[in-house]
Design a binder for this molecule. Structure first.
Ligand SMILES: Cc1cc2nc3c(=O)[nH]c(=O)nc-3n(C[C@H](O)[C@H](O)[C@H](O)COP(=O)(O)O)c2cc1C
Length: 217
């Protein structure tokens, strides 16, 4: 059946070998990525117990739990109220990943819950999301466009593997300012490229450092 292989010149055999190796590496990387994308990062839950009303609120969307861990740490540090934005369109499977990528590519907006939050009693709003295709994820844009930030100090926070676009942060700042907010800064945590990411303890340590720095300012 493979007699024709023996008749091939050495360079055709080398090319065929290279194609097979590259194919195998691509399949391995794809399976690794899909498996990693299906993992959820668990962190300690946060419930505000203080009696007085909070002056800070942390609003976030998180698909795999990393931004949630950062959001919870910020809320704990600033004794803030915590609001999770849910978006059912991005389950932890291949379809969810592909939809997330296409939403990011097209700068789509999506159904979220809650879509409107009464922010009137807060001075400071932290808004968080993962970075998708170098932009904050779609659900956070949907939230910003539906809410009123008049007179609020707004900080954007994100987790990502390793790269974002400054243009995206500038666009986010503009969107907040168009809705009356005073944009403060963008804070973020990089987890590292997919084959060399921070382990659980390292990631939690990095959150601690980031949040401490925020507190000092
Ligand atoms: C569709 C998609 C696109 C992504 N694009 C980027 C990207 O452009 N840059 C980056 O550094 N990380 C990117 N990531 C990785 C996430 O930003 C990173 O895993 C983040 O910590 C996930 O946060 P979460 O656990 O709160 O969902 C992407 C992830 C997904 C699902």
């Amino acid at each position: 059946m493979f007699k024709w292989l023996g008749r091939l010149k050495w360079y055709w055999k080398a090319l065929l070998g290279l194609i097979l190796v590259l194919g195998a590496v691509s399949v391995f990387m794809f399976v690794f990525m899909v498996q990693k994308d299906a993992e959820h990062f668990e962190s300690d839950s946060y419930v505000r117990t203080s009696g007085s009303s909070a002056s800070t609120v942390v609003v976030y969307f998180s698909r795999n739990g990393h931004t949630q861990a950062l959001a919870r740490a910020l809320a704990r540090t600033f004794d803030a109220d915590l609001v999770e934005i849910k978006a059912c369109d991005y389950p932890l499977n291949l379809l969810g990943f592909m939809h997330a990528a296409s939403s990011a590519r097209n700068h789509d907006r999506c159904e979220i819950s809650p879509d409107v939050v009464d922010l009137s009693s807060y001075d400071t709003v932290f808004l968080g999301a993962p970075i998708w295709l170098r932009w904050p994820a779609a659900p956070l844009w949907s939230f910003v466009e539906k809410n009123d930030f008049t007179g609020k100090k707004v900080t954007l926070f994100a987790t990502m593997n390793h790269i974002y676009k400054q243009e995206a942060v500038d666009a986010f700042k503009k969107s907040v300012e168009e809705r009356g907010g005073e944009f403060q800064e963008f804070i973020y945590l990089k987890r590292g490229r997919i084959f060399s990411q921070l382990g659980r303890e390292e990631f939690l340590g990095a959150i601690g450092t980031l949040v401490e720095n925020e507190l000092k300012e």
